[in-house]
Write a protein that binds this ligand. Structure first.
Ligand code: NAP
Length: 492
């Protein structure tokens, strides 16, 4: 066993980087960031498939305290995001705290010593006073449970493990999944492959992407007068906020959601003239039930003669073929899985976490309810922060969530200091009151009042409850994280 560190952070993605910056602002230097991958950046390290780009404008999709005047486009390509992660980690001196190729198997709170014992994949144990889990929502790739898929005789590529050496030229490709990843990948695979069959189970709402190369003048202005970039961020974040407001306040702002649907329908109609194809690409659930996306190239791809849309449902994979439920057999050379991530099955949490009195976090959430306090702490889990907790996902840009959580940590650890305490635990009554309030607010959202039955949205847990997103405005979220009652925690 090694000595007890002040903190261990699990995950070197943007969440882990943000929280590490916050720890350093608080003067905490004795911490380690454990990362199972071989480099930092989380999602922006793992994903490098062709066409990868942010789908939230980059002036908003970045830390507010570290604007980047160098984005090449309004929606930066993924490689620039990876560089941005590296830049932030270097500038804020958090890279040296990172240990790569270090998987965490489990963590257990030891009440006698007041420390977390963190079991690593290599069998060793690390100890820390505070444990911060920053493993994200979208970190456990999902391989679909389709009969025969493991015996497919061709090449299989999951979007999180892109093989840049594989040459699609002349190949017959099959692609499963039409989420945000599929929407970015499909036009790219169509450009390269001889044939492409897209297997869509649930259509996605797609609105136009107002994308453009950043004019040199704008970049120079952003660099020379940071206020200009802050103004662009404010304007863009307000637009995104308005979109979100309709979704979380569906009871009152239903017309906003319907307006977004009309934009999506018009976008589809302008791109696809075949009414039958249009019908199959039209979602049959309300906008906002499921994460929508933005693209100008997705719909037009289906007009190409070598691109086929299959909506009949996959029955099984047999040798080199995919067989749909109506018996259609399509021979393919390569199967691309844009099948997303397993949130509720293998996340929440991503590894075993045992808190006070031997409470197992995953079982506790499933046996009682998915609860948290302010989307970051959990009763019975002392000195524990879980960044991807229930009701933590706020706003459309991930940075809204992480920066709000940084504010929470600032206030909580500030109070710990003031009291000269080393231990915190949210009270059960405060966590219950927060979760009850979030559940009541969910009752006003599209997730309760809208028609979401067919959406198959990861916003809903396995019991069909929308326990992922925080149903408040991002401004309210930030205000609450800065002002929550300090006696919502016990300190020792
Ligand atoms: P996703 O939204 O979960 O989509 C997965 C797709 O795979 C869905 O279309 C799903 O169909 C399909 N699928 C899964 N299992 C299947 C099965 N057994 N048979 C048939 N189809 C199956 O995952 P994602 O596209 O990777 O996106 C995840 C999230 O990542 C997004 O919501 C977004 O937040 C983020 N993202 C962001 C960007 C960006 O530009 N910033 C880009 C990509 C992703 P069903 O819908 O029927 O389940």
């Amino acid at each position: 066993m090694t000595r007890t560190r002040e903190a261990i952070v699990v995950g070197a993605g943007l969440g882990g980087i943000g929280i590490a910056i916050q720890l350093k602002r608080l003067g905490i230097e004795d911490f380690e960031i454990l990362e199972r991958n071989d480099d930092l950046g989380g999602t922006w390290h793992v994903n490098h498939y062709p066409g990868l780009a942010v789908d939230i404008p980059s002036v908003t999709y970045s830390f507010s305290f570290e604007p980047n005047p160098h984005w090449s486009r309004w929606y930066a390509p993924g490689a620039e995001l990876k560089k941005y992660c590296e830049h932030v980690a270097e500038k804020y001196d958090v890279r040296r705290h990172m240990r790569f190729d270090t998987g965490v198997e489990s963590a257990r709170w030891d009440d006698d010593s007041g420390e977390w014992h963190v079991q690593l994949a290599d069998g060793s144990t690390e100890r820390s006073t505070y444990l911060i889990v920053a493993t994200g929502f979208l970190s456990q790739p999902k391989v679909p449970d389709i009969e025969g898929i493991e015996t497919f005789t061709g090449k299989v590529i999951h979007s999180t493990e892109w093989d840049h050496d594989y040459d699609f030229t002349g190949k017959r490709a099959g692609l499963i999944g039409t989420g945000a990843t599929g929407v970015q990948l499909i036009p790219e695979v169509a450009e390269r492959a001889a044939e492409l069959t897209v297997y869509q189970r649930t259509a996605i709402w797609v609105t136009p992407k107002l994308d453009f190369a950043m004019p040199g003048l704008a970049r120079r202005a952003f660099g020379a007068v940071p206020l200009t970039q802050r103004a662009a961020r404010l304007w863009n974040s307000t637009v995104l906020e308005a979109l979100l407001a309709g979704v979380v306040n569906f009871r009152r702002l239903r017309p906003a959601v319907k307006a977004a649907e009309r934009i999506g329908r018009r976008h589809l109609a302008r791109s696809i003239s075949d009414p039958e194809l249009r019908r199959r690409l039209t979602p049959d659930y309300d906008f906002g039930c499921k994460r929508p996306t933005f693209s100008n190239s997705y719909y037009p791809t289906f007009n190409k003669p070598h691109v086929h849309l299959e909506t009949g449902g996959i029955a099984r994979v047999d040798g080199d073929s995919i067989i749909t439920e109506d018996g259609t057999r399509t021979e393919i050379d390569v199967l691309v899985l844009a099948t997303g991530f397993s949130l509720w099955q293998t996340n929440f949490p991503a590894f075993e976490v045992i808190g006070r009195d031997g409470v197992n976090l995953g079982k506790h959430w499933r046996n009682t309810r998915f609860a948290s306090y302010q989307g970051i702490t959990v009763a019975k889990f002392p000195n524990y922060l879980h960044l991807a907790a229930p009701y933590s996902y706020a706003g459309l840009s991930f940075f809204t969530t992480i920066e709000a959580q940084m504010k929470h940590v600032d206030r909580l650890f500030g109070e710990l200091r003031r009291r000269q305490a080393t231990r915190f635990e949210v009270t059960e009554s405060a966590a219950d009151a927060f979760t009850d309030r979030m559940q009541r607010r969910i009752d006003d959202s599209v997730w309760t009042l809208g028609d979401c039955a067919t959406s198959r949205s990861y916003y809903f847990n396995e019991q069909g409850e929308a326990t992922l997103a925080r149903p408040t405005t991002t401004w309210q979220n930030h205000r609450e994280q800065e002002t929550f009652p300090l006696d919502d925690y016990d300190y020792a």
